[in-house]
Every structure is written in structure tokens, then in C-alpha cells.
Design a protein around this ligand. Structure first.
Ligand code: ASN
Length: 337
């Protein structure tokens, strides 16, 4: 019997039309375009239904509110379908895929994010392959996680980064190998998949969380950031140099970090390098952070770090508990060791 897949269409370029103000999604338009793609109705394809959101969004406008909506749509339809495809704009797709990977606890079915760089109705659209292949992947019952399929690669959702603004291979997985490659055949690498979880499926909704991200650059003056380090800030992510290094040419940063930690703000150190891992204490310029009580973001993307922090605070953990949990591997988002 054919598998059943639910397509959740949230917006993004795949269903956009040109307007005087640039590309915008258009209500009801995409479903009409889908009907013209005969391959979607082939016997070799899973059976699918489409849920179209209102409003459809450019993904720059996606927030935790839409993450909750997506997670709840999956929850409401969980038993009815073998897998889910989420059509989403590319700009923040890696954030949404990371967020959903945490929110969908005990997930036993594939949830595949995809979209396109060129609208579906335009010549040379990448949307057609991205959608057809994602539907086939969403019918693979060996996948128990949130993934992102784009430009022939299946990537773990919380490892994805948008690395090209205009290329058709727009996403990379810099710190974890791809889960599948689509060439003439779809070649899966099941030894890289997450194991099937034992706990029952449930959703944790995201709550509003105040998180700051500071990307360091040579010559940065930390006093500019002092006003944001107040009691309302729940987490501060530092995008540091190399393996977690910060400048120590002046004495502004250490007190800022100490103040954040005194305020019960979880401080997490990530690297601005695309590849590799944070190792606090390797250099003198990072030991200060470790001493002050900052947590290591290991080899997590900033997308995964920010959404993981939001998830942990939404679960009601204290800043101290968040600091511990953020360093542990919850959904394959970081490599221990
Ligand atoms: N601005 C679009 C979006 O993220 C870009 C795209 O989908 N390719 O919604």
C-alpha cells in the first residue's frame, strides 16, 4: 500500500509570485501549480495531502509562533501519516528545522523541510525536484528525525546552515556527514541516522525567550553591548574566534560575562568557523570564559544553539540546568568528544 505523506506549506519562494515590491507568496496559487505536476500523482509516489497555512510567509517573518503551529499540525496529524514535508522559505529554514528537531520529542517519523530558490512555476525551478524527492524521503520509515532536503542532499535539520544566498545547493552540513545523496538513485547512509527513540511522541511548545548573539570581530568594544546584559537576558551566545577565543586586549569582556552569569544568563560559546569545535581552555584567550562559567557550544551551529536554548528555557529549566543541558547531545546536534 502507498505510504501517506502530509505536506505543510508555510510559504517561501517555492510558491511566490513576482509583485511590484518583489517576490511574495500568493494564497491558493501553489496548490494550482502542484496539480500541473503529473509526477506527483505517479503510482511510485506516496499519496499526499496539502495543508496550506494562512498567512503564507516569507521565512524572514517566521518566529516561534509558527514553529508551534508546525509542531502542532504534526501532532494533530501524527497517526494519519507516515511522514511530513514542510515547505518553507530558505532564509530561516535551518532555524526552523533545528527548532522542530528539539520540539518534536520521541519523533519516530521523517519530517523533511524543503523549499526552493526559484519559484515552482518559473523555468529552471529547483522546487520540483526538492519537493518530489522530499516526498519520497518522507515515506522512508527508517528515518526518525527532522531533516532538510535541498540540492540533492539530505541533511540532519539541526546541522544545516544556509551557505549560499543564490545557489541551488544552498545548504551545507559542515560538521556532520549528509544522511543521503540523491543522484540517479537516492543513496541513504542509515548508519548516520538517529536511532528510533523509545519515549512516546510529544510536542514541547516554544515560549518567548530573550537571547542575544554577539559575533566578535577584531577591535570589538564590549561596552557597547553592556546594556543588553541585564536581568531580562536569558541566554547570550558568543560567536568567538577559532576554538572559542576572545580578545583580551582590554578588560571589558570578562566583567560583562561575569555580570551575565551573576544575572543567571546562560552564556554559550560557539565558533564563527564553519567547521570544527569549541575547546575552551586550549588557549589563554578562552580559559577566562571557562573560568567564568560559560558553556561550550561544541560544534553546534548558531541556528541549533539558539533554538536549543529557547527549547530548554521553554521546558522550564533554570539557567544552571540549561548550561548543563546545552552541552549534551539531545538530537544529534553536536558531537561529544
Ligand atoms: N526570502 C525567501 C524565504 O526565505 C527565500 C527563499 O525561500 N528562497 O522565504
Amino acid at each position: 500500500m502507498n505510504k501517506r505523506v502530509c505536506i505543510i506549506y508555510t510559504g517561501g519562494t517555492i510558491g511566490m509570485v513576482p509583485t511590484r515590491d518583489g517576490y511574495q507568496p500568493k494564497e491558493g496559487y501553489f496548490s494550482g501549480e502542484l496539480e500541473k505536476i503529473r509526477d506527483l500523482y505517479s503510482d511510485a509516489m506516496p499519496k499526499w495531502d496539502l495543508i496550506e497555512y494562512d498567512p503564507l510567509l516569507d521565512s524572514s517573518n517566521i518566529t516561534y509562533v509558527q514553529w508551534n503551529r508546525m509542531a502542532n499540525t504534526i501532532k494533530e496529524n501524527y497517526e494519519r501519516y507516515d511522514g511530513f514535508v514542510i515547505l518553507h522559505g530558505t532564509d530561516t529554514m535551518a532555524y526552523s528545522a533545528s527548532a522542530l528537531s528539539f520540539m518534536l520529542e520521541g519523533l519516530k517519523k521523517p519530517v523533511i523541510f524543503t523549499g526552493s530558490q526559484i519559484p515552482l512555476y518559473e523555468l529552471r525551478s529547483d522546487g520540483r525536484d526538492n519537493l518530489i524527492t522530499s516526498l519520497m524521503i518522507a515515506a522512508n520509515s527508517d528515518i526518525h528525525e527532522v531533516c532538510l532536503y535541498f540540492g540533492n542532499h539530505l541533511i540532519r535539520g539541526n546541522r544545516a546552515v544556509k551557505t549560499s544566498a543564490d545557489g541551488l545547493i544552498a545548504f551545507s552540513s559542515p560538521n556532520y556527514p549528509v544522511l543521503a545523496k540523491a543522484g540517479i538513485d537516492i543513496e541513504y547512509f542509515p548508519n548516520r541516522f538517529l536511532p528510533e527513540p523509545k519515549e512516546p511522541f510529544r510536542v514541547t511548545e516554544m515560549k518567548p525567550t530573550s537571547i542575544g548573539v554577539i559575533k566578535l570581530f577584531p577591535g570589538i568594544h564590549f561596552d557597547l553591548f553592556a546594556p543588553i546584559v541585564n536581568k531580562d537576558l536569558q541566554a547570550l551566545v558568543l560567536e568567538t574566534f577559532g576554538t572559542g577565543n576572545i580578545p583580551n586586549y582590554d578588560s571589558e569582556l570578562p566583567p560583562l560575562i561575569s555580570k551575565a552569569i551573576e544575572n543567571d544568563t546562560a552564556v554559550v560559546v560557539c565558533t564563527q568557523c564553519m567547521q570544527g569545535t569549541v575547546r575552551l581552555g586550549t588557549y589563554e584567550t578562552s580559559s577566562e570564559l571557562a573560568r567564568a562559567g560559560a558553556a561550550s557550544g561544541s560544534n553546534m551551529t548558531t541556528e541549533a544553539t539558539v533554538t536549543k536554548l529557547q527549547y530548554l528555557f521553554s521546558k522550564g529549566f533554570t539557567a544552571n540546568e540549561v548550561r548543563d543541558w546545552v552541552e549534551s547531545d539531545l538530537r544529534g546536534e553536536l558531537t561529544i568528544g
